[in-house]
Design a protein around this ligand. Structure first.
Ligand code: TYD
Ligand code: MG
Length: 455
């Protein structure tokens, strides 16, 4: 029979190793291996096959299952990202950089849920109750019937949760929780995993929704690490650019709703304000038609969002010119530059290229290809695109334009915001009642000829 032996796990990627080493072989990080408590081999040290368990109840796939009842906070942006409200017994992880506003968002949300009649606990492992109370006063939420606790001992927290039987518990943050049966420091992989497991088990057993706050490491992973992401039902990231007021709550995984849904907020002196019309906000800084600017009609989750893509192209003094991309996938931009160069005969050699999405938004749709190419060409040729034009479409390596989904929604949103022209790939399905009839083009070469003459 195998002896239970110590193992070592990497705090960056979660890989488990038998031997300690200075470097994790799986992800290449240094000094990230920490000791894990040995796994127990079950009752009396027998393997699972040796002792009988009980027979579990099975059911047919066709059994009727009513949709989960949901509680809404009334914060429409928050409810939508959850998939239409909070599901009882669900476990939700809210990740984000320190200082981005996670505690503020959750305090506001929990106050709304409590006012709506849910029994809510807010457990802070980072701040004293007085600090949380002061923040609540600043946000004008001191009357909300939320019960506060400042504690990091998980056993005490679970006992309290058992006694209080709440509907919703916020744990701020999972990295400060300390489970006394695990022999390592708070924040280590074993601690975070154990704390998360206990809390998620409690949530499922008691039908109490649990929201875990997780700080993200600089590599963009939730510290302590991916293990937490697959233990919970829903993973939300709260993100924003430093120096911008906009904050975006993005669902990256949701067992109870569409993933990739976003909620948009603005950080103000009175906390986070909901932004119900993000397109208007992202386009608000746009002035007169200027070279290098293109408006992309995108889809985020279930909703259309218009964003401005800005490009600057300048002669470079460097041997390998700069390619600085913010808010878009830089690999895709390199591909677009290569397609422009080899298929359309428009070289970018000897030119620095800067590209970004205005307002600190991040766009990952391939449908943004054509708008990015338009911004690049407009900057390079120093010709402004029409101010009332939106663009969408995917570019293939052969420079053909590929139609993208939800064209109607994109066009309707653009029409609502006062745009009157659109460029889309040939074959785009439209019903004809969107308010804008797009010009449908077969490939990038035609686009260049149409917009910029001979190029
Ligand atoms: P916080 O919620 O503490 O961030 P996190 O929990 O993600 O670490 O947010 C802190 C920041 O938010 C801080 O820099 C101040 C700012 N803030 C405002 O601008 N307005 C407000 O009303 C509040 C409460 C915070
Ligand atoms: Mg906080």
């Amino acid at each position: 029979m195998a002896k239970s032996i110590l193992s070592y796990s990497c705090t960056a990627c979660g890989a488990v190793h038998k031997k300690w080493g200075g470097k994790c072989d799986a992800c290449g990080q240094w000094n990230t291996l920490t000791e894990e408590a040995p796994l127990s081999a079950g009752p009396k040290g027998k393997s699972l096959g040796a002792t009988k368990g009980r027979v579990i109840g099975l059911s047919a796939l066709s059994d009727e299952e009513p949709p989960p009842p949901r509680s809404v906070s009334g914060m429409a942006e928050f409810d939508r990202v959850l998939g239409g409200g909070l599901v009882p017994g669900s476990a939700i992880l809210v990740g984000g950089d320190p200082g981005i506003g996670k505690s503020t968002l959750l305090l506001q949300a929990v106050a709304r849920f409590a006012t709506a009649g849910l029994k809510c606990l807010y457990i802070s492992g980072e701040e004293a109750s007085a600090q949380v109370r002061m923040r609540a006063q600043r946000l004008g939420l001191q009357e909300a019937p939320v019960q506060l606790g400042a504690e990091t001992n998980l056993r005490d927290i679970l006992t309290t949760m058992e006694a209080e039987a709440p509907d919703l518990v916020i744990i701020d943050s999972i990295q400060t929780m300390w489970a006394d049966m695990v022999d390592s420091a708070p924040g280590s992989v074993s601690q975070v995993r154990a704390a998360c497991h206990e809390l998620v088990t409690f949530a499922k057993k008691r039908g109490c929704a649990v929201v875990l706050v997780g700080h993200v490491t600089k590599e963009g992973q939730i510290a302590g690490p991916r293990v937490v992401e697959h233990m919970v039902d829903t993973v939300l990231y709260f993100e924003g650019e430093r120096g911008h007021q906009f904050r975006i709550l993005r669902a990256v995984k949701n067992r109870f709703g569409p993933a990739a849904e976003i909620g948009v907020f603005e950080m103000t002196g009175q906390g986070l304000a909901e932004v119900s019309n993000p397109s208007a906000l992202f386009l608000s800084e746009r002035g007169q038609a200027a070279p290098g600017s293109a408006v992309f009609a995108g889809i985020e989750g279930t909703r259309p969002v218009l964003t401005e893509i800005q490009a600057l192209v300048a002669p470079s003094s460097l041997a390998s010119p700069r390619r600085t991309v913010v808010g878009l996938d830089s690999g895709r931009i390199s591909t677009i530059l290569a397609v422009l160069e080899s298929r359309c005969g428009i070289p970018f050699t000897g030119l620095d290229v800067f590209l970004n999405v205005a307002g600190g938004m991040r766009v990952s749709e391939p449908a943004a290809d054509l708008a990015a190419a338009a911004a690049l060409l407009s900057a390079r040729e120093d010709v402004a695109l029409p101010a009332d034009m939106v663009i969408f479409g995917e570019i293939s390596l052969s420079a053909a334009l590929r139609p993208v989904g939800q064209a109607e929604n994109r066009l309707k949103e653009a029409a609502k915001l006062g745009f009157s022209q659109a460029i889309a790939p040939r074959g785009t399905k439209v019903a004809g009642n969107e308010g804008i009839t797009p010009r449908q083009l077969p490939d990038l070469v035609t686009f260049v000829g149409d917009m910029f003459g001979a190029g």
